[in-house]
Design a protein around this ligand. Structure first.
Ligand code: TMP
Length: 211
């Protein structure tokens, strides 16, 4: 069986990744492809427990280092338990955030040492990299505004959502630097366009390059 495809989605808060991934999955199914939807932190029972520890109702005042280690622990479990077997089985995987988020958030956002984080990423992933990564591009303040608007409608805000605009601007800057290091893997989508236009742009890339 042919090796599957591992596609990840990144972007700042409020970029719309999760809703876009859900709709993309419906479209893929209508074309006879059953994608595997997953996310980080999370994606496995252990990963979900880690996610709960990081973002659960109680804010335990997590330090950046603890956060980086927990994200990496979730990733190690995810890669071994879910992603590698799914790739071996030929699946198309759509993953909401992956290792690039550790560099952008813990590295550029919190200011942690990038070399150390790259080493953590290497350990957690065993060197596995996505075949393709979509970057849903919105300015930090636009994304945050969307996030806070959704919060007034009942969506929860986690401790990272609650960081100030300067933190989120560093995250965006971080993504741009990480993208520049490996431009062939990334597909940048203007996420300030309408929801349908964003969806069409993602589909067009997949049709051209994958299906
Ligand atoms: P999301 O499911 O809304 O994207 O939330 C996940 C949060 O976790 C988001 O604020 C980004 C953050 N995150 C990191 O800080 N580092 C990581 O390695 C990952 C995967 C996520």
């Amino acid at each position: 069986m042919a090796e599957g495809r591992f596609i990840t989605f990144e972007g700042p808060e409020g970029a719309g990744k999760s809703s876009q991934i859900r709709l993309l999955a419906d479209w893929l199914r209508s074309r006879g492809v059953e994608p595997l939807l997953t996310r980080e932190p999370g994606g496995t029972p252990m990963g979900d427990r880690i996610r709960e520890a990081l973002f659960g109702a109680h804010d335990h005042g997590v330090t950046p280092l603890t956060e980086a280690l927990l994200m990496s622990a979730s990733r190690a479990q995810h890669v071994q338990e879910l992603i590698r077997p799914a790739l071996a089985a030929g699946r198309l995987i759509l993953c909401d955030r992956f290792a690039d988020a550790t560099l952008a958030y813990q590295g550029f956002g919190h200011g942690m040492d990038l070399a150390l984080l790259r080493e953590l990423v290497r350990i957690a992933t065993g060197g596995l990299r996505p075949h393709l990564t979509f970057y849903l591009d919105v300015p930090a303040e636009v994304g945050l505004q969307r996030k806070y608007a959704a919060h007034t409608q009942g969506d929860e805000l986690n401790h990272l959502d609650r960081m100030d605009v300067a933190f989120h601007a560093r995250v965006v800057e971080g993504y741009k630097q990480v993208m520049a290091e490996d431009p062939t893997r990334w597909r940048r989508i203007d996420a300030q366009l309408s929801f349908d236009q964003v969806q069409d742009s993602i589909r067009a890339v997949l049709e051209r390059e994958l299906l």
